[in-house]
Design a protein around this ligand. Structure first.
Ligand code: FPP
Length: 239
């Protein structure tokens, strides 16, 4: 949340825009869904790498609000994949001490996925080694809009003085209210965009863009991103 502090050598929170599954599939003459399935292996590797490096929060952009516009078959495929991953990885999450969380409009997800997710969130809520945060039906502008609505409701009810609204007030109405801001944002497949991802929260994040497509991103690439981060000098607007 809010206040920037001294930069640790290992980022406490890493956020990743996992891009390039479709292009990977195309390059391998496979259907797009095979790209997402290959991307699942990268998720597993990166979660393990994050734990090994001592990262405490890992946020993965798994499905954006814009992604609902993709062909029905791809959306259904991704939802099925997500459900399968949660079901199959639940015991691993227990062994590794992973706490599963989500940000985004969980209410948009199909009921079967939501139930699987909510059960896993409940079962893992006391784990402390790594917070694995899946951004699902997530959009930063939607998140900020919902925060503004909620603040406006409090003002209207007389519970909040508009003059007392501070950055912390806004931050405390976001999905990420009890999650520290990302220190490092990684984007795969070379695109120089932030794509409506954590716009408020990445104000001071270091950005690492790699041309590697997500299904080819593994432990080594994660270590490279962390090494790149460790070389940066973070000033938070100071000198
Ligand atoms: C972007 O690639 C990727 C996605 C929209 C989905 C990410 C999903 C996974 C990696 C599957 C498993 C994940 C979890 C957390 C269970 P793209 O399709 O936009 O690629 P393109 O730009 O090359 O078309």
């Amino acid at each position: 949340m809010g206040k920037p502090g001294a930069a640790p050598v290992v980022p406490r929170h890493v956020a990743i825009i996992m891009d390039g599954n479709g292009r990977w599939a195309q390059q391998h003459h496979l259907p797009r869904l095979s790209g997402h399935e290959a991307g699942r292996k990268s998720v597993k590797q990166v979660v393990q790498a994050a734990i090994d490096h001592g990262v405490k929060y890992l946020t993965l952009y798994a499905f954006s609000v814009e992604n609902w516009q993709r062909p029905r078959e791809e959306v259904q495929g991704l939802m099925g994949l997500l459900r399968g991953v949660i079901r199959e990885e639940l015991s691993e999450m227990g062994k590794e001490g992973i706490r599963l969380r989500t940000i985004g409009r969980r209410q948009d997800l199909p009921e079967a996925v939501r139930e699987e997710l909510e059960a896993a969130i409940e079962k893992t809520k006391h784990h402390t080694r790594l917070d694995l945060i899946l951004a699902l039906s997530y959009g930063s502008r939607v998140e900020i809009t919902e925060a503004v609505q909620s603040i406006a409701r409090e003002v209207k009810a007389g519970a909040l003085d508009p003059e007392k609204i501070k950055e912390e007030t806004v931050a405390s109405h976001l999905y990420t209210k009890d999650i520290p801001d990302p220190d490092l944002l990684i984007r795969t497949s070379g695109e120089m965009r932030v794509s409506n991802f954590l716009l408020w929260q990445i104000s001071y994040a270091e950005i690492h863009v790699t041309p590697v497509l997500w299904p080819d991103f593994g432990k080594k690439e994660f270590a490279d991103a962390l090494a790149d981060y460790a070389r940066r000098e973070r000033r938070f607007g100071g000198i």
